[in-house]
Design a protein around this ligand. Structure first.
Ligand code: M6R
Length: 370
């Protein structure tokens, strides 16, 4: 039931504060910031202790959450992590080193390529292999066929465009990074306390980011007749740029590409002209100054900038530049909060263009064919 909402997608965007809260509370008692709950993945501590490398396999939006996890695994706890789309991984005879944790991320748990890639790895049984399903459907094939089940507590997702599944995947991946960090003694108590405190602030920040609905709707009017669009981000925001582009093309049928902003001058800058909207994910983080230089490159070529920035950054709108301020959030968890404005933008553009938002042409919610 869509209730008061016009589309399932919008309802699911609005469910994110609660969905993320439920997911975080699997591992952190409300109000407790000093430790993970004892029962969180407790049965699997020995397995998680032994892993030396992480391989993420997924498709579409779930692949993008894996890309964020790579930054987290490597920068926070120094565990090497590779991420690949399942349809490539399974056909290239990849090397899976001993003691790998294979994380299969899937909302449905029935995505054919992800399942087949998992089965291929299991056939070759590398030493110390541990498989984990990060999945929204407890009864799915993926959950049955893996050693560990880490649920996303998003509740059923009906809209073909994945929204709350994505942000809950990110929250759960952060919990997993913390758990591995703790069992492998790769994380100081102080860092853990800080991150747990920040995780508990997430539902409130997501809630506040939903207040951007009105300014983003205004922003979306500039996209109605566009043919093509770029999404830029750096660091942890690069996967969100990819996700923003996927969302826009999927439901509004406008061509969109996500790019690491530092790659701009290696090709896509040639596309930039006054008809090209460029969406930039610009929290005030360690990459902000570099990103600002990238924005100037675009501005100098008459591209029109649509910037999601933090108030702290003091970015101000000017000619050919529109700014929407996103609630302040720590750098590590910013990709979760910045997912909301890109979802809202795609949603409003699609509604304006009159597409079938919940059931876009040619797509299925669960891709069970190869
Ligand atoms: O069920 P899964 O997470 O395995 O699905 C993977 C992709 O098909 C899915 O994320 C797709 O990209 C979404 N429709 C994007 O919004």
């Amino acid at each position: 039931d869509k209730g008061e909402f016009k589309h399932y997608m919008l309802k699911e965007i609005y469910e994110q504060p609660d969905a993320v809260r439920r997911t975080v509370e699997m591992a952190v008692d409300n109000g407790t910031t000093s430790k993970l709950r004892d029962d969180f993945l407790q049965r699997h501590e020995a397995q998680l202790k032994g892993i030396k490398h992480v391989q993420v396999i997924a498709c579409g939006t779930s692949y993008h959450s894996g890309l964020v996890a790579k930054y987290w695994f490597e920068s926070l706890i120094r565990v090497p992590c590779s991420v690949e789309v399942a349809s490539e991984f399974r056909y290239r005879n990849p090397v899976v080193v001993d003691n790998t944790l294979v994380i299969c991320i899937s909302q449905s748990g029935e995505t054919a390529d992800t399942l087949s890639a998992l089965r291929d790895i299991q056939k070759h049984t590398p030493k110390g292999l541990v498989s984990l399903a990060l999945c929204n459907v407890p009864t799915s094939s993926l959950v049955r066929e893996t050693d560990i089940f880490l649920p996303t507590l998003a509740g059923p997702e009906i809209g073909v465009a994945s929204t709350k599944a994505f942000t809950t995947q990110l929250a759960a991946l952060m919990l997993l990074v913390l758990k591995v960090g703790v069992v492998q003694e790769r994380m100081t108590g102080d860092n853990l306390t800080t991150l747990l405190g920040q995780l508990q602030q997430l539902p409130g920040q997501l809630h506040a980011s939903l207040n951007l609905d009105v300014p983003i709707k205004v922003m979306s009017e500039h996209f109605e007749y566009k043919k093509s669009c770029l999404f830029l981000g750096r660091g942890l925001q690069f996967p969100i740029a990819l996700e923003g582009a996927l969302k826009l093309k999927e439901i509004s049928y406008i061509h969109a590409e996500g790019y690491a902003a530092g790659e701009l001058k290696h090709g896509p800058l040639a596309l930039v002209d006054k008809d090209m909207p460029i969406v930039v994910l610009a929290p005030k983080d360690s990459m902000f100054d570099k990103l600002k230089a990238n924005m100037q490159e675009v501005h100098a070529r008459h591209g029109e900038l649509f910037v999601f920035a933090s108030e702290e950054s003091k970015m101000v709108a000017e000619d050919r530049m529109h700014v929407v301020y996103v609630p302040d959030v720590c750098e590590t968890l910013a990709p979760i909060v910045y997912s909301v404005p890109v979802q809202l933008l795609s949603y409003h553009v699609a509604v304006m263009r009159g597409t079938d938002v919940d059931q876009p042409r040619n797509l299925a919610k669960s891709v069970t064919v190869e």
